[in-house]
Design a protein around this ligand. Sequence first.
Ligand code: GLA
Length: 720
Amino acid sequence: MERAGSGASSPTRLLRLDGTATTLLLIARRTGLPEIAYWGTRLPQTLDAEAVFALRAPDTPNNGPDNWRPLITVLDTIGQWNFDLPGLLADRPDGTGWTADFQTKSLETSPGALTVHGLDEISGLEVEIIITLGLEDVLCTRQTLTNRGTTPLNVQRFISGNYLLPENAGEFRVAHGSWAREFDFQPVSLTQGGLVIESRRNRSHDHYPAILAGTSSTSQNSGMAYAAHLGWSGSHRIAAERMEDGRLRLSVGEYLYPGEVILAPGETLTAPPAYATCSSEGYAGCARAFQAYARSSIIRWPGGRMKPRPVLLNSWEGNYFDLDERRLMREADAAAELGVERFVLDDGWFGSRRDDTKGLGDWFAALAIFPNGLRPLSDHVHAHGMQFGLWYEPEMANPNSDLYRQHPDWALHVRGRPMLTSRQQIVIDISRKDVSDYLFAAISKQVTDWRIDYIKWDFNRDLIEAADAQGRAAYRKQVLALYALWDRLHEAHPELEIESCASGGGRADWGALAHTQRIWLSDNTSAPSRLRIQNAGWHFVPPEVTGCHISHSPNWMDGLSTTLDYRAAIAIFGHLGVELDPLTLPADESRRLKAWIALHKRLRPVLHSGNAQFADDEPARIIRGVTSRDASTGIYLVAQENWPPSRLPAPVRLPGLARERLYRITVPAPQTIGGHRPSDAQQKLFGDGLVLSGAMMSDIGFYLPALQPQSALVLECHAI
Ligand code: GLA
């Protein structure tokens, strides 16, 4: 019998990766893959390896295994002493190869990176796991699995990232949702057993591929918080499990459909990258880390640098399918007058597509509306100095379309079964070279001919019976083909920007964001809903890549009427858009909208580069903001959702500014003072400004004039 940490499990090396504020500690042992010993707040530079080894060797129960194994490794498998949630499930046609026991063949370390090679000679499996941790405190894991056997390997699961959470971090916030109510965080407390969140539709309205975790006392701004995110736009699986000995682990990975990954001998499967962070500054700390990492390492801007995000007008909610070339030109004139910088023509411009029942897939201009194609409208838009954007939904077709009539075999569909449609459309198999070549050629030519600066790339239905022509599941192939098509378009048109839309929120993950420059968070443009959706979404993605639009009131979706100021205050923090017919706006609203757009342009350098701030949760009010990286500026939103729980709303407390510094807080135009009998301080706030220190703002707070439900104020703070 071997005691813990002796014999085969003897430690050989202590490995560490450090970020700015966090450390990942691993122990290499004589057998097996490295053990995750610790992930949390940064540890002192000098650590006694022997002491750490001793800490990670608990006693062995009498009736337990005689060969002690590490508590949690970078990839746990099945059929060994750890009965944990397996990170790999695979087998061979004769039923062998189902269990894996990897031995570390090599360990390479470099600053901020660790590469582990593992081999199981008996099962014929090889893994490579690369873990990096950089200044932003985000762990990135990339792993591959290679079939070193002589027969095919059928892989049912191969996770992307495996994390050890402290035993008390079983309070999860799960981003559940559905179309139009995406990112609806739900608390789930895991005391025993497991928590599995699977999205199996290649769109993630139901479950965003990310999760937050904390202890019962973690809040937005204090306590240890953990966050994980899978960079993948297909089906996915997030699983947490508390083992019988109390350990708590979290893993993220793809959800594989049966038969999707059958590796021939010598073939390699590359898992999507997984990302994770932890922070002692609560969930807001994780949000800041994720936003910073997405900026530095995920998003790729044309030309290598983000240009100011152009305020756009999107034609959808102002026109729907009722398109008229001359009117659109007049809308473009009015948009330019408002300060809009990009005009986007949405659905309905092509083929016979006058409603959503036909023409989808026929990517040629509807000559009845645009007799000379889209170039005249594009030129008209460009003449105003604006960019021109166009809507496509390339992966889809209506059965009632020329495309489908000519290529019925392109549909993803189980041959012999009735065709299942959704929104009257089918999905085409873009993993076929002829299909992706066709789409690339059609779109690329229009980008050139029509001077398209921006594509709104939609994806308006789930994948259901996604079988290729051979009848095999093609969910995963579809995502890889999409990424390749996006990259090909970017290579051919280096200035082109693409938005990942997917009915809003369906493809808003870092996998999509690595190939696009904007995500549409939700089709729900109603300001009260957007306030919540953006608040949650900005825990994972930075605001400058999230489309946030000011739309008509009453809102088309929920019928709610709200003031323009409320809608604008909520929208200006993101990539601002206007989604209404500017020709129908009353003069006063036009003036105010123009002022809000001007305000956004003035503030966007900070809004789109600073540190996210979220005040702790309140029952009827949301306070959040952005502070510049040098803490000299803070822009905040105070949004009243409902009546406050007491007559006097609590003082507003603004987190994130330098405690010792003095700031002048103002309420920028076009906002004006409200409330009944404002105090002197409140009048100052709306006048020359109120001067307070960072500590006074974050700890003592100040009273705003009472805000009615569904009203909001944007506050601007500058160090003096
Ligand atoms: C989806 C998008 C909308 C709009 C419509 C057009 O729902 O999310 O913004 O483009 O399609 O059909």
